[in-house]
Design a protein around this ligand. Structure first.
Ligand code: PLP
Length: 368
């Protein structure tokens, strides 16, 4: 292996996440970011210990930092966001009870049925346009007086920002109302905050204000923040004690994982505010596409770093459209038969954004 980062692709990253030289705009997901040299430096020299013994100082420091940022008592480092979500819902829902979430929720669609398989939890969903929280629909779906006849709803899951909804930011007022009404009926709220950082940067709403609307919150370090691995669950001290037991049971007890937590600390210090650049670049492309074809996207509905285009009106299938962008060096993801998704992140610069805008506007203006 040559070069200190060992990247297989052309285009070596600098500390600012910029790439040099001609490279493909890989907009399939913001999970694709690779650690910069500066982040690797921070990881290499992090103090570590055995975290199953609770003795990794870097993990302990990261957990305290994130708990404080989100205004909860404690936090627990996990290998993935799915595990953080699954620990969260596990705390609130007994086997045979149910959770509810909107029909595009990651916890329902992208965690491989884990709540059912690992915890005996069933699930139902309400419909949400672009993932936008509909409190009345959630409350109408919940069953809190089912007795011995109907499955009881113990937890409502809300996602902010909403991934498959297109990076949608949930209004703080709606989240507050959900929290209040769920608690009135004895239900817990779990916030899937994989991209809560993006909501915070886009709106200026403090992270703790969002997090105050939930009993437990998951956050990811490995999306736009650019760490290679890691998520956290936050909540009360008692909940985190229970979650620590279940994390071990799920196979997520890690040992000298402070080298991973150090990447998270570095990301929070150096790569949080820059999410605004991703939002600006994504918005720029949304406007360019909308100027060519107004029925493909409404730029006002593009809140953060995720661009969803409706390509069917231009005569395209999602898979053909993605094949065509890929041939021209812009990688995206087909979301169902009619929609495609492009996600901005640390490893996409202005030049790649301009290239993506040119390719996408050109393709939507062609009748396939
Ligand atoms: C990425 C993501 C997660 C966690 O996914 P992992 O791949 O398990 O880390 C959870 N929720 C949402 C909304 C996500 O986008």
């Amino acid at each position: 292996m040559s070069g200190s980062t060992g990247h297989p692709s052309a285009g070596r990253q600098t500390a600012g996440g910029q790439t040099t030289g001609q490279s493909t705009a890989d907009l399939r997901s913001d999970t694709l970011t690779r650690p910069t040299d500066a982040m690797r430096e921070a990881m290499a020299w992090a103090p570590v210990g055995d975290d199953v013994y609770g003795e990794d100082p870097t993990i302990l420091a990261l957990q305290s930092q994130v708990a404080e940022l989100l205004g909860h008592e404690d936090a627990l480092f996990t290998p993935s966001g799915s595990m953080a979500n699954q620990l969260g819902v596990r705390l609130h829902v007994a086997p045979g009870q149910e959770l509810i979430a909107d029909d595009l929720a990651h916890v329902l669609r992208a965690e491989m049925g884990a709540a059912a398989v690992l915890s005996g939890i069933s699930a139902r969903s309400w419909h949400a346009n672009a993932g936008l929280l509909d409190v009345d629909a959630a409350m109408a779906l919940a069953v809190t007086d089912g007795g011995a006849y109907q499955v009881g709803t113990s937890c409502v899951v809300v996602e902010n920002t909403h991934n498959f909804g297109g990076g949608t930011v949930q209004p703080l007022e709606a989240m507050r109302e959900l929290h209040r009404r769920a608690h009135e009926r004895g239900m817990a709220v779990h916030l899937d905050g994989a991209r809560l950082w993006n909501a915070h940067v886009a709106t200026g709403v403090p992270l703790a204000d969002y997090a105050a609307c939930a009993d437990t919150v998951s956050v990811c370090l490995s999306k736009g923040l650019g760490a290679p691995v890691g998520s956290l669950l936050v909540g009360s001290r008692a909940h985190m004690e229970q979650a620590r037991v279940w994390r071990k049971r799920f196979g997520g007890g890690m040992r000298q994982a402070g080298i991973l937590a150090a990447a998270g600390q570095f990301a929070l210090e150096h790569q949080l505010e820059r999410l605004a650049d991703d939002h600006e670049r994504c918005q720029r492309v949304a406007r360019a596409v909308a100027a060519t074809r107004g029925d493909a996207v409404d730029p006002a509905a593009v809140h953060t770093n995720i661009l969803v285009l409706h390509v069917a009106p231009a005569g395209w299938s999602a898979s053909d459209f993605i094949a065509a962008t890929g041939e021209r060096g812009v990688l995206g993801y087909a979301m169902g038969p009619e929609h495609v998704r492009f996600v901005w992140h640390l490893d996409v610069d202005d030049a790649q954004t301009d290239h993506a805008a040119a390719v996408l506007t050109d393709l939507v203006s062609q009748q396939a």
